[in-house]
Design a protein around this ligand. Structure first.
Ligand code: NAD
Length: 485
């Protein structure tokens, strides 16, 4: 680290360069070098952040403004993100390791959230409900209050925008708790909100350890709602904390998503999509498509083609925009290498374990992508979320068998179907127990307009689209009895 970069805690209009839980370091996963240090919040700063958010929500100007005025500020936040996209993307690639093009996507997608929900601010209608003569009845959508956003390390900037934009649009105040592995761009986010004219205290930043600051925030009686994105075990702890004061949660958890490839698909189009589905950000994506169900007649050809494709990939630091960057850190690398051993036990591992040895990658958390063949859907390698670039390829003979395999998982986040037969596409899509089905695709790019969320252990509640707003609203019903005589 050439000069000391310190990421502070931000509560209301105060920038705190020290926290009562000491100082943390964020590491560039490509080089092992320190990118930044950050102040770690303890009980005192958590209390200050909640007090600032409460004050902004209970007494601040946000709820007194007209909805279109709030919308203009949200639009301005999106504009500033696009103006600063180079700076934010470079910082994101150094902090999280992801290739630069993926960091640009994060910034662009974050700006889209602010455009989308900025436009929604003055359209948060209630309903008029007929009760018969002498009665009028209607509902009003009110902001839920102080909303806590607990963020993982894989999409540190975009996942803040995904939750905070609808929360602000609904009229809430928010507290952001970034991952201790990637605190850098959260501060850029908060500075942009301030520059855009967002009133003080509406967005507060609490850096720190999950087990300290995260836990204290989730239990805090001044918090009214939690949006958690992260792993299942942490999500369970957050749910217990939320239950201790009976507040609602959005839970965006893990996945082991299936991709189903029929023999009638156009392989030249499908295989790049399937590869992108498990390789993006080195496989560290909640909705990574890491189980490939492939019709038996094309199994060997598909394995050969995918193998050739991943073998040719170049690895490097995110800022150099390689085919694939590193994992988030050495602990994650050790975890993925443990799964290489499990893959060998459950089936045959192709590539993967051939960990890169070139000197420029020696200090980074690099692994090669891997294919696992010959492992059935009930093996450990096919059931657990790895969060690394590992695809398990499983043959099937009938569409029914593919559906049964795809659904036989503790998770249910997304699924992909590749076929040129419309009946198979729709028939299979209808039967999958997941929150999103992609047909001949696996994402549209800046997809903010439609809902996203999981079935089963992938969580509950919906992010994105107009559906996300519901998490940040209370519905009040008002009835008037008005007999004439
Ligand atoms: P994690 O569960 O380890 O941490 C997530 C966040 O929780 C971090 O900010 C962490 O500091 C905080 N935390 C840790 N302990 C806490 C506690 N006791 N109380 C409150 N907060 C606490 O997850 P991760 O390793 O950062 O991210 C990877 C996981 O996130 C994967 O399982 C992935 O599938 C999931 N994820 C899901 C989605 C989705 O939308 N469904 C998106 C991205 C990532």
């Amino acid at each position: 680290m050439s000069e000391r970069v310190l990421i502070p805690i931000v509560v209301g209009n105060k920038v705190l360069s020290e926290g009562s839980d000491g100082v943390g370091q964020s590491i560039d996963p490509a080089t092992g070098q320190v990118v930044a240090e950050f102040a770690r919040a303890g009980a005192a700063e958590v209390d200050m952040a909640v007090a600032a958010a409460r004050e902004a929500f209970d007494n601040g100007p946000w709820r007194r403004m007209r909805p279109f005025e709030r919308g203009r500020i949200l639009h301005r936040i999106g504009e500033l993100m696009l103006q600063k996209r180079d700076e934010i993307a470079r910082k994101e690639s150094m902090d999280s390791g992801k290739p630069l093009r993926d960091s640009y996507w994060e910034v662009d997608c974050s700006a889209r959230f602010f455009e989308f929900y900025g436009g929604a601010c003055d359209k948060l209608h209630g309903a008029s409900i007929p009760l018969g003569p002498d009665w009028s009845d209607w509902t009003v959508k009110e902001p839920i209050g102080v909303s806590l956003h607990i963020i993982p390390w894989n999409y540190p900037f975009q996942l803040i925008a995904r939750g905070v934009a609808p929360a602000l649009a609904a009229g809430c105040a928010v507290i952001i708790k970034p991952s201790a592995d990637t605190p850098v761009t959260a501060y850029e986010f908060v500075k942009i909100c301030q520059e855009a004219g967002l009133p003080d205290g509406l967005v507060n930043l609490v850096n720190g350890r999950g087990s300290v600051a995260g836990d204290l925030l989730a239990k805090h009686k001044g918090v009214d709602q939690i949006t958690f994105t992260g792993s299942v075990p942490t999500g369970e702890r957050v749910l217990v904390a939320a239950a201790s004061h009976a507040i609602p949660c959005n839970m965006e958890l893990g996945g082991k998503s299936p991709q189903i490839l029929f023999a009638d698909a156009d392989l030249d189009k499908s295989l790049p999509i399937i590869a992108g589905g498990f390789l993006t950000h080195c496989g560290q994506v909640c909705n990574a498509g890491t189980r490939l169900f492939v019709e038996r007649s094309i199994h060997d050809d598909v394995v050969d083609r995918l193998h050739a494709r991943i073998k040719a990939m170049n690895l490097g630091a995110g800022v150099d925009d390689p085919d694939m960057g590193p994992l988030i850190g050495k602990a994650q690398k050790a975890d993925v290498e443990r799964y290489f051993e499990i893959a060998r036990k459950d089936g045959e591992l192709l590539l993967g374990a051939d960990v890169p040895t070139s000197p420029e990658l020696a200090n980074g958390a690099f692994v090669r992508p891997a294919l696992v063949v010959g492992a059935s859907n009930d093996t450990q390698i096919a059931r657990e979320e790895i969060f690394g670039p590992v695809l398990t390829v499983i043959p099937f003979d009938t569409a029914e068998e593919a559906v049964a395999g795809a659904n036989d998982s503790p998770f249910g986040l997304v699924a992909g179907i590749h076929t040129s037969n419309i009946n198979k596409a729709l028939g299979v899509g209808e039967k999958l127990r997941v929150g999103q089905v992609w047909i001949n695709s696996f994402g549209v790019g800046l997809d903010v307009e439609f809902p996203f969320g999981g079935y089963k252990l992938s969580g509950f509640g919906r992010e994105k689209g107009l559906e996300a707003l519901g998490a940040y609203q209370q519905i009040k019903n008002i009835a008037i009895h008005h007999p004439l005589g």
